[in-house]
Write a new protein. Structure first.
Length: 282
């Protein structure tokens, strides 16, 4: 396993090359605060927030800071902080909070055909060469290649999700905006009407817009984000169920338990117990 980290004052960028034997050696917690791009070869398995992906093709995963993930197989993990990339660009769609990291589909993956895989491997190789270079322009070159990788991936993601047509530009921006609002406010705001107000439309209009491109309703998306955070806290902290409920904005612990149980078909305590015993949980 090869791990290279470059630091440019407050800006950090690094990569890890690993194979099937060394993937388990990655100290995932150490990269929790970084934004990540994960390239995995066909035949690998990846878990992102309790959803499992068994890859028949090479694929790229776009993993936010704080998002839980694990992989088995061969690949490359790029990781960087917000200072390195996010404050440097103005194209919101391909920023570190753009479509690949915030979308109502909750899909963080782009599958690569043969040509896309070849291009991706080439970009990754260029990034790695720059990362071990001592040239004065290294920082900017890495950022250029990283942006190129994200732009190409965003185009593929939009095509896969029928959003590549230029006429869909406004819809793409709306979906991104709604996803960002949920991410920013799901602890305080649990109702569709709250987000409709933020977007200056009616709840009915919001539901209509989202249903055009997603099988989930706005309410589903909001509740899914709440439950996802509850799962993370159950597994990665020692907080009690009552404390987790409070942390997620629920004053009534019994209501939170009912919500979690209805959404997952498992009580919070049972979910925690199953995970601790090594059972598969979703």
């Amino acid at each position: 396993m090869e791990n290279v980290l470059k630091q440019f004052f407050s800006k950090k960028f690094g990569y890890i090359d690993f194979d099937a034997e060394t993937a388990d050696d990655i100290l995932y917690e150490e990269y929790n605060a970084f934004i990540k791009v994960l390239f995995m070869e066909a035949g690998s398995e990846v878990m992102v927030d309790f959803k499992e992906y068994k890859l028949e093709k090479d694929a790229l995963f776009f993993i936010k800071d704080g998002q839980w993930y694990k992989c088995a197989g061969s690949g490359t993990l790029l990781y960087y902080n917000r200072d390195f990339y996010c404050i440097q660009i103005h194209d919101a769609e391909v920023a570190c909070d753009g479509l690949l990291y915030n979308n109502v589909y909750d899909v963080p993956v782009v599958y690569l055909d043969a040509e896309a895989s070849r291009q991706t491997r080439h970009i990754l190789q260029e990034i790695k060469m720059e990362a071990v270079s001592s040239e004065s322009s290294t920082e900017e070159m890495i950022r250029i290649f990283l942006k190129q990788l994200i732009i190409r991936s965003t185009r593929m993601w939009k095509k896969t999700n029928d959003l590549a047509d230029s006429s869909a530009t406004q819809e793409v921006e709306f979906l991104r905006k709604f996803s960002q609002l949920v991410e920013a406010h799901y602890i305080k705001h649990h109702n569709v009407a709250d987000y409709a107000d933020m977007l200056s439309i009616t709840p009915k209009a919001l539901s209509k817009k989202i249903s055009k491109y997603s099988a989930k309703t706005p309410n589903d998306i909001i509740k899914d984000r709440i439950i996802l955070e509850a799962k993370r806290l159950l597994i990665h902290t020692d907080l009690s169920v009552k404390e987790i409920g409070y942390k997620l904005g629920y004053e009534d612990p019994a209501y939170f338990v009912r919500l979690f149980t209805n959404q997952t078909e498992s009580s919070p305590l049972l979910f925690r117990k199953k995970y601790a015993e090594g059972e598969k949980v979703q």
